[in-house]
Design a protein around this ligand. Structure first.
Ligand SMILES: [Zn+2]
Ligand SMILES: [Zn+2]
Length: 365
């Protein structure tokens, strides 16, 4: 089963009330499918919109899936409201008012922006609703007689199987059995939609945001129809990959290669940070994979107001192939190492062993 996006309101997508009958849902779907079918509609997002409409219909047409969706969507919307502590506006919309669907988008920030906060910009393309009818698709005129049933409200079923029951009359699907319909809005040909507009939205990303968290920008979701409150924009904030650091909120991880010669030489190691580089002493005997912790050089945790740590893993690198110059220098170093007490002791024991060999009885002298 395909998953619908978390914040997609399937009813709004089909333009029906959440208490719409199966008939209303079917008719709304057919109307939209006619408009958005990629064979008929040449706009760039026709296929995507058509898929979403079809998926919404597939869920809402089946009573079991519809009930499950109703339950999940309500609790998700509730959870989302609780989860988004950092909100762009304090005003709480009236829960009883109908709301236009939310939109969700993704924005990527750098690690530096995570620490200092930034002003992000998003390109938004949104459908505007028809101004003439406020998105309803109906003209503001009195109802007229339904053409399908000629105002009677009922029809004989034209389907082969049902024609067996010749007397059976069914309610007209076009007027829901009322015999009247509301005239179609001419400006939008009944779709309730007008042009799509593209604009830029700028908003603050607070310092210390947790990567993967969402920001809610109130009132910047899908456009509202008449009588609706606008939806919200949910911005999913991700951290862009960094050439040196890996995010492990609130810590940062970094791996620094260190040549075996440099490791032997010891001293201090220059470590890059999000700010200026810092110098840290190398452990007396650096081992491959040793971890150095540099406090307070990680990401900012907006919750505590403190910065995490930078964890540096030292990767010892030995040369794949030694050059002649390196071999010569190593030979030089080896000669100097001959003064090492361990080495001197070893040479003395070798000497003793040779002397023992030269005695015929093999007893120490
Ligand atoms: Zn209209
Ligand atoms: Zn009718």
């Amino acid at each position: 089963m395909q998953q619908m996006p978390l914040d997609e309101d399937l009813y709004c997508l089909l333009g029906v009330d959440s208490c719409a009958s199966a008939d209303e849902i079917r008719r709304a779907y057919r109307k939209l499918a006619m408009i958005w079918h990629p064979d008929r509609n040449e706009s760039a997002d026709a296929e995507e919109t058509f898929k979403r409409i079809r998926l919404a219909y597939e869920v809402l047409r089946e009573p079991e899936r519809r009930t499950e969706y109703d339950h999940n969507f309500t609790s998700q919307a509730h959870r989302a409201d609780n989860a988004h502590a950092q909100q762009a506006a304090a005003a709480q919309p009236d829960a009883s008012a109908r709301r236009a669907p939310n939109l969700s988008r993704h924005v990527s920030i750098s690690l530096e922006e995570q620490v200092h906060g930034c002003r992000a910009k998003l390109r938004l393309t949104r459908t505007e609703y028809c101004r003439q009818c406020g998105g309803s698709g109906h003209a503001n005129l009195p109802p007229i007689a339904c053409g399908t049933c000629r105002g009677s409200g009922s029809m004989r079923s034209p389907l082969g199987l049902f024609s067996f029951f010749r007397a059976a009359a069914v309610a007209c699907a076009d007027c829901d059995g009322t015999g009247t319909i509301r005239p179609t809005c001419e400006a939008c040909e009944g779709t309730g939609l007008s042009a799509r507009k593209t604009g830029y939205l700028k908003f603050e990303v607070p310092a210390g945001i947790r990567p993967g968290a969402s920001l809610r920008v109130r009132g910047h979701g899908r456009r509202a129809r008449t009588g609706e409150a606008p939806g919200d924009l949910l911005v999913h904030v991700g951290v862009a990959p960094h050439p040196l650091f890996e995010a492990d909120f609130p810590d940062l991880r970094c791996e620094i290669p260190l040549s075996v010669f440099r490791a032997l030489a010891g001293g201090s190691l220059e470590v890059p940070t999000l700010g200026d580089p810092v110098s840290v002493p190398l452990p007396s005997e650096p081992i491959d994979g040793a971890e150095l912790r540099i406090a307070g050089q990680g990401m900012l945790d907006g919750g505590s107001g403190l910065r995490g740590d930078l964890l540096v893993r030292v990767r010892l690198v030995r040369p794949q192939q030694l050059t002649d110059a390196q071999l010569a220098l190593l030979a030089e170093l080896d000669k100097l190492a001959a003064n090492d007490p361990v080495h001197i002791d070893w040479l003395r024991r070798r000497h003793d062993a040779e002397r023992q060999k030269s005695r015929p009885d093999g007893r120490p002298g």
